[in-house]
Design a protein around this ligand. Structure first.
Ligand SMILES: *Cc1c(COP(=O)(O)O)cnc(C)c1O
Length: 341
């Protein structure tokens, strides 16, 4: 297959213009066919609800090239379903799941020169978004919606590879509250999180670990990623909370921990003081799969798990999941969706 002339081994995680994106409009009660657009600028009404009142939801997936040249996208059906839930949460017209999966197949195929080859640690990131585009000024949900899907070749989220990071437990600032929109993948949650990220970075930590807003006592998640701890008796423990985003990576890791590593898995409220009992900890999401945690600072105490090495359970989980994504290991759970090229 002809490939774009890129330095595949040195891609960063960022936007790169590709051949085209797709646009679908919801107007007069129905979704349009896909429009293939070469330009990467959208034409929007300045009074669109997405620009004023945050009617925006998005998703993130990756396409991988296997050794035999086959291209697959990881668990796109889960992303399609989650985007419907996100849309419903902020009263947007959901984009149908079947159309979503078809859009993923089309956009990858239309940009196939940009799918990184096997073995470079790189992938094709797929970003769908849904926005309210009625120019209505008043505060109410849009009548019209735009679904956009584009791709960008990306390297590993953390260039250094599996390098353990330091987390900081934030007690004052929140990104989401119980009964709010924390469990929906909406841009508004990210607007609320930017200042928190800046605060912890200025303090010298890589990421925040949020506490639940009601009690300031139970772990929520870590910025754009879910959090899990591995106990000394090898249980996989991950917070259950209505203000965190249900991560598909986390869901997959729970399956692998249980079925492949024979571990007990607990999804339950996790008291912040449990961080001092974990043997390992990690953050998980599509972008980095697993980011091992080196330490967590809570008030004047620091839980330290590792130096610069990744713990054995985090390593094993990371290897399993990435081997399935790359086709190096049998896809026995049916997680890979093949893209007809
Ligand atoms: C997208 C996201 C995650 C990770 O979800 P995945 O489905 O694993 O990519 C975790 N937390 C938040 C807040 C997110 O937006």
């Amino acid at each position: 297959m002809h490939k774009a002339n890129l330095d595949w081994g040195n891609l960063s995680f960022g936007y790169m213009k590709t051949n085209c994106h797709l646009e679908y409009y919801f107007k007069d009660g129905k979704w349009s066919e896909a429009k293939v657009v070469k330009d990467d600028i959208l034409h929007l009404h300045m009074s669109s609800t997405c620009l004023h009142y945050g009617q925006e939801a998005f998703e993130g997936m990756k396409a991988f090239t296997h050794k035999d040249g086959k291209v697959t996208v990881f668990r796109a059906d889960e992303n399609a379903r989650r985007m419907v839930k996100s849309a419903e949460k902020i009263l947007m017209q959901p984009f149908p799941e079947a159309m979503f999966l078809d859009a993923v197949k089309q956009i990858v195929k239309l940009n196939k020169e940009y799918i990184p080859p096997y073995g470079k640690g790189a992938s094709l990131y797929i970003r769908p978004l849904l926005i309210g585009v009625s120019g209505i000024l008043g505060v109410r949900p849009s009548d019209d919606y735009l679904f956009v899907i584009f791709v960008s070749p990306v390297g590993p989220y953390f260039k250094e590879g599996l390098k353990p990071i330091d987390l900081y437990v934030e007690e004052e600032m929140k990104r989401a509250v119980p009964g709010g929109t924390g469990d929906a993948k909406v841009g508004g949650n990210y607007a609320a999180s930017l200042r928190v990220s800046k605060k912890v970075k200025d303090l010298g930590y890589k990421e925040v670990l949020y506490l639940d807003a009601a009690h300031n006592r139970y772990l929520d998640e870590s910025g754009p990623a879910n959090f899990f701890g591995i106990t000394k008796d090898k249980k996989y423990v991950t917070p259950k909370s209505e203000s965190i985003l249900p991560s598909i990576t986390n869901k997959s890791l729970m399956t692998l921990a249980k079925e492949e590593l024979g571990m007990a898995v607990e999804q339950r409220p996790v008291d912040v003081n449990e961080i001092f009992d974990f043997a390992e900890a990690g953050c998980c999401g599509t972008a980095a799969v697993i980011t091992p945690v080196r330490s967590i600072t809570y008030r004047d105490k620091k839980a330290i798990y590792t130096g610069d090495e990744t713990g054995p359970v985090c390593s094993a989980l990371y290897k399993k999941l990435t081997a399935i994504q790359l086709g190096d290991e049998e896809d026995k759970y049916g997680w890979n969706m093949e893209i007809p090229l």
